[in-house]
Design a protein around this ligand. Sequence first.
Ligand SMILES: Cc1cc2nc3c(=O)[nH]c(=O)nc-3n(C[C@H](O)[C@H](O)[C@H](O)COP(=O)(O)OP(=O)(O)OC[C@H]3O[C@@H](n4cnc5c(N)ncnc54)[C@H](O)[C@@H]3O)c2cc1C
Length: 285
Amino acid sequence: MIPTQFEYVKAGSVQEAVSLLSQHGDAKLLAGGHSLIPAMKLRLSAPETLIDISGIDELNDIRRAEDKLDVGAFVTHRTVEFSQEVKDSCAVLAEAAAQIGDPIVRNRGTIGGSLAHADPAADYPALVLALNAEIHVTGPSGERTIAADGFFQGLFETALADDEIITRISFPVLASGQGAAYEKFPHPASRFAVVGVCASVSIDKGICSAVRIAVTGAAATAFRATDVESALTGHALDENTIADATKRVADPADLNGDMFASEEYRAHLCNVLARRAIARAATNA
Ligand SMILES: Cc1cc2nc3c(=O)[nH]c(=O)nc-3n(C[C@H](O)[C@H](O)[C@H](O)COP(=O)(O)OP(=O)(O)OC[C@H]3O[C@@H](n4cnc5c(N)ncnc54)[C@H](O)[C@@H]3O)c2cc1C
């Protein structure tokens, strides 16, 4: 199918993108187009106007500012994958970006587009939740920051308003004693996560002082495995402790089941991938 007819405009700045969003009632921002264009071709989405944000330089850089790594919303998965700044500050992000789709998807798809789209099988949602990232957005009334914990609200649903644009995502730089890892069971064709688990741990004198574990692909939206986090906090992350804590990461009744993986199989993947991600995060700390 081909998309319904639409108007195309190009924004030169964040402010211009915001005012174009307000001017054109039924408009969508166009970033890499790797989620939006397929949805338009399937007529699942039929915006009257597309606002191209590819020419906005301020959305396209990666900067380290003290203990934060700021990634612009228009930064592609490929740039994240190969950025030395990302590898030095928050290597798990590069590790996850390298596992997204195929080279064409990684060359075009952007981190802001992925978060705004909130596909239940996307990789970055697990990363922003486990790393406790902040999502910076700009709208008609100015800028605001949304904590990762409050960003994903349901299937393809986020805390972003229709007239807001994601400008950048701030990730904490991983300090000494902190480690993170991402484990994914990819769909064999698309490489989307059938299940993906990101773990981020802080180890102090051999004891886990803080941990965040987030799961994507398994349910309508990415979620944190808070029971597992509680079971690990205050303990040494040895093999038995990790195995005990990851026996039931999620209840199959809360998970998606489809022709690729049943609810029970996804629950099993959650346990296995959480165990691996926590063990590797602890080794990296
Ligand atoms: C074959 C295939 C395989 C894929 N495999 C994976 C995978 O393994 N893992 C994975 O995570 N993803 C995967 N993807 C999705 C891919 O990563 C998309 O590129 C990404 O999800 C959307 O980013 P985009 O830049 O293409 O956004 P677009 O498609 O341009 O936009 C998506 C949505 O986000 C909105 N938007 C875009 N930028 C902003 C912004 N800055 N602020 C506010 N709203 C914005 C748009 O208006 C639109 O509603 C795959 C896609 C394809 C086609």
